[in-house]
Design a protein around this ligand. Structure first.
Ligand code: GLC
Length: 452
């Protein structure tokens, strides 16, 4: 990646200020009036975990918009507790995004936008986001604190319902973990972690839309993804008998690490709301999920967390960044923490971590979740480093991430060897998390280090 210009302190401050302003501009550009889109070009609707990451940055510059974003998303929560992974904007034409509302063919019901949503979910980062927005409210004055308490009160039962849906209805394996029933639910759609499990799904090429392809997937893979959605849709989006009903049922370490982290955030929120009994229940749940992740997804032979195919019981051989995310868990046992820290400094990953191991057979430097660096998962890893007292490494990671965005722009993801930007150039979560990283570091520290 680019050599650092080793700037002087005033230059550093100016660079940080410029980066801050550009991040705010990206968030302003992507605000529609009711919600933030991930990018104007590629993702013109509202996405679930994007909304959470975006709120974390908006906490610094416009908390009211952060709450509005979270509210807009949770207003579309299903009666069973699931929070859809995409909420379709009725003002966006059908052909602007595929698969759009017509493919999902969702029945509308009270309170949901006319064009509805998808029926899949994404990692539940929202409780953590809500807690972060609340935590920063005091910096914006008494009214902001008042609003934050009101919004937390509104969100809390909805966040609990989301956890219950994932923890109960989605526990296909019966071992205390949530299963995903589609690779898109992981947030890391084309990760090599799904390759084996996905091979069980037939590729019906007739499902491919005329003249429109996903640049990150082969036609065959894309057809498998669409086939999984069609089958779920034809089954009325039912979650009974998950293993019998779905051809893809997988326990993802990243998803479940976020599920446990959400319980810890809910414990904090319950405390603020004066519900201390519930707070201890959330903390206990986090411990139980942490134990289940270790029990079911840790492979002592590889010293890594792998995705489990619930239908076959097999662990995926892939080492994806998702397998590093259990580092966020404070109750993770010392041997696992040590192994993940070693992995992070090994030639396989390094910091910032690519989305898949650099030395793995499927590594692809431009392949979306098969190699490129993403800011959101690195932001989560940074939390993991802090949770385990690795402040120096966490600060170094922050510096590298900020430098990456400063040199290349607020891209969706980054080529892991030269740092060049890939995908959308004005991506909301990159900008939002950049604000958080900038806010949390001292200017002189930014000038240190020579390579990113
Ligand atoms: C892609 C990413 C997913 C993200 C979505 C919107 O599908 O894989 O994680 O939520 O784009 O940005």
């Amino acid at each position: 990646m680019h050599p650092d210009p080793s700037p002087t302190a005033p230059v550093v401050r100016e660079m940080s200020a410029e980066l801050w302003r550009s991040a705010v501009r990206v968030l302003d550009t992507n605000w529609t009036g009711g919600h933030t889109v991930p990018s104007r070009t590629l993702n013109p609707h509202q996405w679930s975990w994007d909304t959470a990451f975006t709120a974390i940055g908006l906490a610094y510059v416009n908390p009211a918009r952060a709450w509005r974003d979270l509210r807009t998303l949770f207003q579309t929560q299903w009666p069973d507790g699931r929070v859809p992974h995409i909420v379709f904007d009725p003002d966006v034409p059908e052909d602007a995004y595929f698969p759009g509302p017509a493919f999902w063919n969702m029945p509308a019901y009270a309170g949901r936008p006319a064009q509805g949503s998808t029926a899949l979910v994404q990692p539940p980062v929202h409780a953590l986001a809500a807690w972060e927005v609340y935590r920063h409210a005091a910096a914006h004055g008494a009214d902001a604190v008042q609003q934050a308490r009101t919004e937390l009160g509104w969100l809390y039962p909805r966040l609990v319902a989301q956890q219950e849906y994932l923890g109960d209805r989605r526990d296909a394996g019966g071992g205390g973990l949530a299963s995903i029933v589609h690779p898109w639910e992981s947030g890391m759609g084309n990760s090599p972690a799904w390759d084996d499990a996905l091979s069980a799904a037939p590729a019906d090429l007739t499902l491919l839309p005329a003249g429109r392809r996903d640049p990150n997937l082969s036609d065959e893979e894309y057809a498998r993804y669409l086939g999984l959605v069609r089958d779920y849709r034809d089954g009325g989006w039912s979650d009974t008998d998950l293993i019998g009903r779905h051809l893809f049922v997988v326990e993802c370490p990243g998803f479940n690490a976020i599920l446990a982290t959400a319980e810890l955030a809910l414990a904090q929120i319950a405390g603020v709301l004066g519900r201390s009994g519930e707070a201890s229940r959330h903390r206990k749940r986090a411990q139980v999920i942490t134990a289940a992740i270790t029990d079911r997804l840790w492979d002592p032979d590889t010293g890594f967390f792998h995705a489990r195919d619930v239908r076959t019981g097999r662990l995926s051989p892939a080492r994806s960044v998702s397998g590093l995310l259990p580092l966020m868990l404070p109750d993770l046992a010392a041997p696992q923490v040590a192994a993940l820290l070693e992995e992070l400094s090994s030639p396989r990953f390094g910091l910032p971590a690519p989305s898949y191991e650099r030395t793995g057979p499927a590594f692809d430097t431009r392949g979306y979740w098969r190699g490129p660096v993403w800011i959101n998962v690195n932001w989560l890893l940074r939390r993991g480093l802090l949770v385990h007292g690795r402040r120096r490494e966490a600060e170094e990671l922050s510096r590298r991430l900020v430098r990456l965005v400063h040199h290349h722009g607020h891209y969706e993801n980054f080529q892991p060897e030269d740092g060049s930007g890939l995908g959308s150039p004005a991506f909301s979560w990159t900008a939002a998390l950049c604000l958080d990283l900038l806010a949390d570091r001292s200017a002189p520290a930014y000038a240190r280090g020579s390579r990113g």
